[in-house]
Design a binder for this molecule. Structure first.
Ligand code: GLU
Length: 488
C-alpha cells in the first residue's frame, strides 16, 4: 500500500462537466495505479454559489463513472472552525493582517495598473494601516478581509509533475486574501479558496494535487501558504485545458453538458467515456486507443500527461464507444440496450426477436441513443398511420417514392395476405414473390416498402424490420399505405 493520497475537490456551483470529470478520473487513475487513496472534498464555502443539490448530483455522477472514492465526501462548509483555528496560527506568527480596502477601491487600482502596464497586484498598503485608520474604516461600516503577507524575496519555485520545475517571479504576487468577513455573522470568517484548499490538503495528508491548468497560477501562493501553515508542499500536476473542436473554450459547446447527459441522455458507456477522457490529455506512448478500466489503471503515468491543450471531439468519443460496445459481453450489451429502449418508450412486444436484431446491430451502432430512432417504427398501428399521413404530406421524398411505387406496395399487400409462413421464411418468400410480380428493382423496390412499413425512407435493414413486425401488422401497414396512395 503506497502513501500516495490525492483528492478531487469540486465546487458544487453547477453540474459535473467534462473538464472536472477528467480531473476526477486522472486522480482516480493515479490513486489506483499507485495503490493510494482518493479523497472527495466538496468545496462549498461560497454560500451564494454553492448548492447542496449540485453536490448530490456530482456524487451521483462520480458513482456512475465508477470513480473510486476512498474517503469522504468531506464538506468544507462544515469545517469553518478549523480554518479559523489556522487563521489564528498565522496571526500569532504575524503572517496576516486586516485589509480594509473596498472592492471598488481595489477595482479602480487594478484598472489603473493595467492602464500603466504594471502587474495588477495588490500594493500591500493595509500592512501599514495605523490603529486609528483601522478604527475609522470600521466605523464607516467596512468589514475587513485577512491578507497573507508574501514576504519571500526570491522567485517561488513550484515542482509540477507534468511541466517540470516552474519559477514564478515574486514581484507579481501581492499579499492575497485568505479570509473574508462572514456576510452575516460578525466576528466570523469565511475562508477563500486558497486558505481552505491549503488547510485541508495539509490536514488530509494530500501528497499529490492534480487539477486543471487554470489553477497553475495559484500554485506559488499555495506553496507559500502550505509552508506558513506548517504543512509539506504536495506535488502538483496541472492538467492542460480542454478546447472545443474549433479551438474555442470547451465551455461554449460542451461546458454545460453534465456527465448524466453523456451517460443517460446520449447513451455512452461509462467505460468508454473513461477511456476517451483518459486520452484527452494523456498519452500511453504507444498507439493503443482502446482500454478497459483495468488496462488504463495499469498504463497510466501522470508524467505522460500532455502539456498542450486537448481538443474535445465527440466523433472520437463515439468511435471509442462503438469499440467498447463491440467488446461488451452480449448479456451486458442487451441489458443496457433494453434499459435505454424502455426509457425511450419503445414498445417491446417480442423480446426474443428484439434480442436477435439487437445482437445483429452490436457491431454497427456507436451508442445506445441511436436505438430510439432506429426502432421508432415499432409503435402501434394507429400511431404509425398518423406518422405516415404526416410524412406523406410533408416529406416529398417519401410521398414521391410511395406514389411512384404504388404498384410495388399494392403487390406487397396482396402477397402478404396470401403468405402463410412467418419468421425468416416469411421475408424470403415475400421478396421472392415480389421480385416475380413487379419489374422495379433496387431502391425503386425497397424504398416504397420501407416507407409503407416505417413511415421513413431510411433506417434499419428491411430484413430486420420483417423480423420485428408480425405478418398481420405488416399487412395492416401496406393497407394503410395503399389507402393513402389511392386517396391522392
Ligand atoms: N474547488 C476548486 C475548483 O472546483 C478546485 C481546487 C483545487 O483542486 O485545488 O476549481
Amino acid at each position: 500500500m503506497s502513501s500516495l493520497r490525492v483528492r478531487f475537490a469540486p465546487s458544487p456551483t453547477g453540474n459535473l462537466h467534462i473538464g472536472n470529470l477528467r480531473t476526477a478520473l486522472f486522480n482516480d487513475l493515479l490513486a489506483r495505479h499507485e495503490g493510494g487513496k482518493l479523497v472527495l472534498r466538496i468545496e462549498d464555502t461560497d454560500p451564494e454559489r454553492s448548492k447542496p443539490e449540485f453536490a448530490k448530483a456530482i456524487i451521483k455522477d462520480l458513482k456512475l463513472m465508477n470513480i473510486g472514492v476512498d474517503e469522504g465526501p468531506f464538506y468544507q462548509s462544515e469545517r469553518l472552525e478549523t480554518y479559523e483555528e489556522y487563521l489564528e496560527k498565522l496571526e500569532s506568527q504575524g503572517q496576516v493582517y486586516r485589509c480594509y480596502c473596498t472592492q471598488e477601491e481595489l477595482k479602480a487600482r487594478r484598472h489603473e495598473a493595467l492602464g500603466q502596464k504594471r502587474p495588477p497586484r495588490y500594493d500591500n498598503r493595509c500592512r501599514r494601516l495605523s490603529k486609528e485608520e483601522q478604527e475609522k474604516r470600521k466605523t464607516q461600516g467596512i468589514r475587513p478581509t485577512m491578507r497573507f503577507k508574501v514576504e519571500c524575496k526570491d522567485a517561488i519555485q513550484v515542482e509540477d509533475l507534468i511541466r517540470g520545475p516552474i519559477s514564478f517571479p515574486v514581484d507579481e504576487i501581492g499579499d492575497f486574501v485568505i479570509m473574508r468577513s462572514h456576510p452575516t455573522l460578525e466576528h466570523k470568517w469565511l475562508p477563500t479558496f486558497h486558505m481552505s484548499v491549503c488547510v485541508d490538503d495539509g490536514l488530509m495528508n494530500i501528497t499529490h494535487v492534480i487539477r486543471g491548468e487554470d489553477h497553475l497560477s495559484n500554485s506559488p501562493r499555495h506553496a507559500l501558504l502550505f509552508r506558513a501553515l506548517g504543512f509539506a508542499v504536495p506535488k502538483f500536476a496541472h492538467l492542460s485545458l480542454i478546447h472545443g473542436p474549433g479551438g474555442e473554450p470547451l465551455s461554449k459547446r460542451y461546458g454545460a453538458l453534465s456527465v448524466s447527459d453523456f451517460l443517460e441522455e446520449r447513451g455512452y458507456l461509462p467505460e468508454a467515456l473513461r477511456n476517451y477522457l483518459a486520452l484527452l490529455g494523456w498519452s500511453p506512448k504507444d498507439n493503443r486507443e482502446i482500454f478497459t478500466s483495468d488496462e488504463l489503471v495499469k498504463a497510466f503515468e501522470i508524467r505522460n500527461a500532455l502539456r498542450h491543450p486537448a481538443i474535445f471531439s465527440e466523433d472520437k468519443l463515439q468511435w471509442i464507444n462503438g469499440e467498447h460496445l463491440k467488446q461488451m459481453p452480449e448479456k451486458n450489451y442487451l441489458d443496457g440496450a433494453f434499459k435505454f429502449l424502455m426509457k425511450s418508450g419503445i414498445p417491446i412486444k417480442d423480446r426474443i426477436s428484439m434480442e436477435r436484431v439487437l445482437i445483429q446491430l452490436k457491431n454497427d451502432i456507436h451508442k445506445f441513443d441511436e436505438f430510439p430512432s432506429l426502432f421508432s417504427f415499432l409503435c402501434d398501428e394507429t400511431k404509425h398511420k398518423r406518422k405516415l399521413e404526416k410524412a406523406f404530406k410533408e416529406n416529398n421524398e417519401l410521398s414521391n417514392a410511395l406514389k411512384a411505387g404504388a404498384v410495388v406496395s399494392k403487390s406487397a399487400e396482396s402477397i402478404v395476405s396470401h403468405l402463410t409462413t412467418s419468421g425468416d421464411a416469411f421475408y424470403q418468400e415475400f421478396t421472392k414473390a415480389l421480385a416475380q410480380s413487379v419489374t422495379e428493382k433496387g431502391k425503386k423496390l425497397y424504398i416504397p416498402i420501407r416507407a409503407a412499413l416505417t413511415a421513413e425512407t431510411h433506417g434499419m435493414e428491411l430484413k430486420r424490420i420483417f423480423q420485428l413486425l408480425e405478418p398481420a401488422r405488416i399487412r395492416t401497414r401496406f393497407e394503410i399505405a395503399n389507402e393513402l396512395i389511392s386517396q391522392k
